[in-house]
Structures are given as C-alpha cells and as structure tokens.
Design a protein around this ligand. Sequence first.
Ligand code: HEC
Ligand code: HEC
Ligand code: HEC
Ligand code: HEC
Ligand code: HEC
Ligand code: HEC
Ligand code: HEC
Ligand code: HEC
Length: 211
Amino acid sequence: MRMKSSRMSGLIKSILLANCVVALSCYAATSFAAEDDSYSQDVVKMSETMTTVDCAQCHYEIFMSIKNGRGAHRLECQECHETYHSFRQGASYKESLPVCINCHDTPHGESEEMIACKTCHSVPHTPLASLSVVSLEPYCATCHAEPGEKMQSSNADHGKLKCGLCHSEGHGYVPTCQECHGVPHASSVTEDFDGCLDCHGNPHDLSLTAD
Ligand code: HEC
Ligand code: HEC
Ligand code: HEC
Ligand code: HEC
Ligand code: HEC
Ligand code: HEC
Ligand code: HEC
Ligand code: HEC
C-alpha cells in the first residue's frame, strides 16, 4: 500500500514538475501538494494530549515510585509539571522544575535548614516515604526540643545514645523497652506495675521513680 501511494505521488510530482515554470513555484508544488508529506498534516501538540500514563512510557521509574509509594503526591504529573521539556535559553535545568514552597509554603519554619526541603524529603515524588532516620538524625532535637533537652541533661546511659538507635524503624517509630533489654526482672518484681516506665521514669532521662 505504502509503496503504491508513494509511487503515485511520485507520478503527481513529475507531472507538476513538468508543468512548473519558475523554480520557486516548483518547490512549493512538490513539497506541499503531496498527500504523504508530513508537513501537510495537522498536528496536535503532544504536550496537550499527554496523560500521566503517557509520561510513564519514558519516566517509568518515577511513575512506579509514585504508584507504589501511595502518598499524597499521587497526582497527575502535569498538576505539578506545568512546564517540562522546556530547555529555555538562559534558564537552568533546576529552574524548569517545580518548587516545593510554591505549593506548601514553609511548614517547619523559615530557618535555613528547614527550607532546604530535600535534605529530609529526599525524593520529591514520595516526600514522606523518603524520610530516613539517618538523614533526620541531626535535626530530631530541633523539632522535638523536650526529648533533646532531657537527654542532654541526663546522666543515665540512654542520654549518650543517638535518637535513631531507638527510633529506628522510620520516622515516628516508638520502640518497646523489651526490644533491647528482653526481660530484665523477675515477674514477681514487675507484676504490680503497668510498665517499665512506672519505675524507670522517662526513656530520655531514666531515673527510678518508685521505691
Ligand atoms: C504543584 C504543587 C506541589 C508541589 C510543587 C509539591 N507538592 Fe507536596 N503536596 C501537594 C499536594 C496537593 C499534596 C496533598 C495535600 C496536602 O497534603 O497538602 C501534597 C502533600 C505533600 C506531603 C504530605 C505527603 C503525604 O503523603 O501525606 C509532603 C510531605 C509534601 N507534599 C512535601 C513536598 C515537598 C518536599 C515538595 C518539593 C520536593 C513538594 N511537596 C512539592 C502539592 C505539591
Ligand atoms: C506533587 C508534585 C509532583 C508530581 C505529581 C510529579 N512531580 Fe515530578 N517533580 C516534582 C518536583 C518538586 C521535582 C523537582 C525536585 C527538585 O529536584 O528540585 C520533580 C522532578 C521531576 C523530574 C526531574 C528530576 C528527576 O527526579 O528525575 C522528572 C523527570 C519528573 N519530576 C517527572 C515526573 C513525572 C513523569 C510525573 C508523573 C508520573 C511527576 N513527575 C509527578 C513534583 C512532582
Ligand atoms: C518520549 C519520551 C518522553 C515522554 C513521553 C515524556 N518525557 Fe519527560 N523527559 C524525557 C527525557 C529523555 C528527558 C531528559 C532526561 C531526563 O531528565 O530523564 C525528560 C525530562 C523531563 C523532565 C526534566 C526537566 C525538563 O523539563 O526537561 C521533566 C520534569 C519531565 N521530563 C516531565 C515529563 C512529563 C510531565 C511528561 C508527560 C506529560 C513527560 N515528561 C513525558 C522523555 C520523555
Ligand atoms: C529537617 C528535616 C526536614 C526538612 C528540612 C523539611 N521537612 Fe517536611 N517533614 C519532616 C518530617 C520529619 C515530617 C513528618 C512530620 C509529620 O508527620 O508531620 C515532615 C512533614 C512534612 C509535611 C506534611 C505535614 C503534615 O502535616 O502532613 C509537609 C507538607 C512537608 N513536610 C513539607 C516540607 C517542605 C515544603 C519543606 C521545605 C520548605 C520541608 N518539608 C522541609 C522533615 C523535614
Ligand atoms: C521537621 C520536624 C521534625 C523532625 C526533623 C523530626 N520530627 Fe519527629 N515528628 C515531627 C512531627 C510534626 C510529628 C507528629 C506530631 C505528633 O504527633 O506529635 C513527629 C512525630 C514523631 C514521633 C511519634 C510521636 C508519638 O507521640 O507517637 C517520634 C517518636 C518522633 N517524631 C521522633 C523523631 C526522631 C527520633 C527524629 C530524628 C531521627 C525526628 N522525630 C525528627 C516533626 C519532626
Ligand atoms: C534508649 C532509647 C531511646 C532514645 C535514645 C530516644 N528515645 Fe525517644 N522514646 C523512647 C521510648 C521507649 C519512647 C516511648 C515512651 C513512652 O512509651 O511513653 C520514646 C518517646 C519519644 C517521643 C514521643 C513522646 C514524647 O516524649 O514526646 C518522641 C517525640 C521522642 N521519643 C523523640 C526522641 C528524640 C528526639 C530523641 C533524641 C534526642 C530520642 N527520642 C531518643 C526511646 C528512646
Ligand atoms: C534500642 C535499644 C534500647 C531501647 C529500646 C531501650 N534501651 Fe535501655 N539501654 C540501652 C543501652 C544501649 C543502654 C546502655 C547500657 C547497656 O549497654 O545495656 C541502656 C541502659 C538502660 C538502663 C541502665 C541505665 C543506666 O544509666 O545505668 C536502664 C534502666 C534502661 N536502659 C531501661 C530502659 C527502659 C525502661 C526502656 C524502655 C522505656 C529502654 N531501656 C529502652 C538500649 C535501649
Ligand atoms: C518495680 C519497679 C521496676 C519495674 C516495673 C522495672 N524495673 Fe528495671 N530496674 C528497677 C530497679 C530498682 C533497678 C535497679 C537499679 C539499679 O541497679 O541501679 C532496675 C534496673 C534495670 C536495668 C539495669 C539492669 C542492670 O543490670 O544494670 C534495666 C536494663 C531495666 N531495669 C530495664 C527494665 C525494663 C525493660 C522493664 C520493663 C520490662 C523494667 N526495668 C521494669 C526497677 C524496675
């Protein structure tokens, strides 16, 4: 089919060529009149019809991380990326990407360390899932002042430990004492108490509170 129609248009072209007088009109006739000339067809800009699933054809890993991450950034790509593939003259790569604070303002305050969103939210597409205990460690006490202060002023062994040693399984994880200490006392000692902290006070500043 394809061969036939291009032979056909070849024929049309040669007829047109034979008939044209000036070089310029020959060019116009040969390039615009043929049916299979790409430039004679109507084109809808891809960016106007592309869906998130189309983006995923090329940005597969990003699509899958949003899909599997199940966070609140599970939005259509173009809700955040209003412009993309736009290597504008004079604009850097970074300048073409969306900026967190345009949508979120500054939820943790305006200090220099808190406006560097990606130190903690290391993957923009899965901002909560990408919080890691290791990258948060330097900032725990900035947001949780009380445990930080308690530990600094404490003489107990817990005061020397890193927050992330205990709060280890992701941000917000709260450990049980038994995870590390097993069963340290005979049940006859502990049976009348609700839990370890009845006697040991506070995990961040151990001090015996019962006689
Ligand atoms: C175009 C707007 C837009 C941009 C840009 C954007 N976000 Fe979001 N983000 C949202 C919306 C909408 C939600 C869901 C509603 C809400 O929590 O406000 C959200 C939710 C979140 C959440 C809660 C996530 C959850 O799963 O509950 C975090 C954390 C977050 N964004 C961080 C960021 C960070 C960090 C950046 C920059 C890397 C960023 N956002 C860029 C629109 C945006
Ligand atoms: C909630 C807003 C949001 C959504 C939804 C979103 N992105 Fe992004 N994306 C961002 C932000 C913010 C950055 C830039 C962060 C930075 O590096 O400063 C980014 C960066 C990128 C980058 C360049 C850097 C990189 O990580 O490779 C690509 C490519 C990209 N996004 C593609 C996509 C595609 C494809 C989708 C849909 C499947 C999508 N994004 C959905 C906010 C979003
Ligand atoms: C035919 C393949 C293809 C499709 C479809 C595609 N992209 Fe891309 N995109 C690329 C390539 C290649 C790059 C450059 C390398 C990179 O950053 O991954 C890129 C870069 C980007 C970037 C980085 C910064 C920029 O603006 O150049 C963003 C953001 C982006 N794409 C978003 C999207 C969104 C949103 C869609 C869907 C509406 C989409 N892309 C569809 C191939 C594609
Ligand atoms: C020092 C680390 C750190 C930095 C820097 C940081 N975040 Fe967060 N962010 C967190 C932690 C930890 C949480 C989870 C706390 C929670 O559950 O509310 C969080 C939660 C959020 C939430 C969800 C709040 C809610 O109530 O659901 C949003 C939105 C957010 N961050 C956006 C940002 C933006 C935007 C920036 C940059 C301006 C930023 N974060 C910088 C650590 C950080
Ligand atoms: C950007 C501020 C921020 C940083 C940094 C941060 N947190 Fe949080 N954290 C929060 C917020 C906000 C909440 C949720 C508020 C609430 O429920 O009390 C939270 C919740 C928690 C909880 C759960 C509290 C409960 O009552 O269940 C623990 C535990 C925790 N964080 C420990 C840590 C540790 C350990 C680090 C460092 C590795 C850390 N956080 C870093 C803001 C932060
Ligand atoms: C030795 C282990 C351990 C260390 C180290 C530790 N915590 Fe905790 N933390 C706990 C336990 C256990 C609880 C639960 C206490 C309870 O059940 O009342 C807790 C509770 C919390 C809570 C929620 C209740 C509250 O007191 O606000 C926060 C927030 C918290 N820790 C933050 C931190 C921070 C920040 C650090 C470092 C400065 C830290 N923790 C160090 C074991 C630890
Ligand atoms: C992630 C592990 C971890 C968790 C969880 C933990 N501890 Fe500890 N604890 C330690 C370490 C490490 C020490 C230091 C001494 C040692 O090596 O046994 C310690 C020491 C102690 C001591 C001796 C204190 C001293 O100063 O001599 C007591 C009492 C104690 N823990 C009670 C608790 C109680 C009660 C809880 C729960 C609220 C708890 N621990 C949770 C790791 C942990
Ligand atoms: C009835 C009060 C009481 C209860 C309940 C209690 N303890 Fe103790 N615990 C003590 C006393 C008293 C000591 C001895 C203090 C000392 O030797 O300085 C102690 C010592 C410890 C020590 C240090 C042991 C050592 O060899 O140095 C650890 C660890 C400990 N307790 C963990 C726990 C844990 C975990 C729980 C909960 C399962 C718990 N305790 C419940 C009173 C209690």
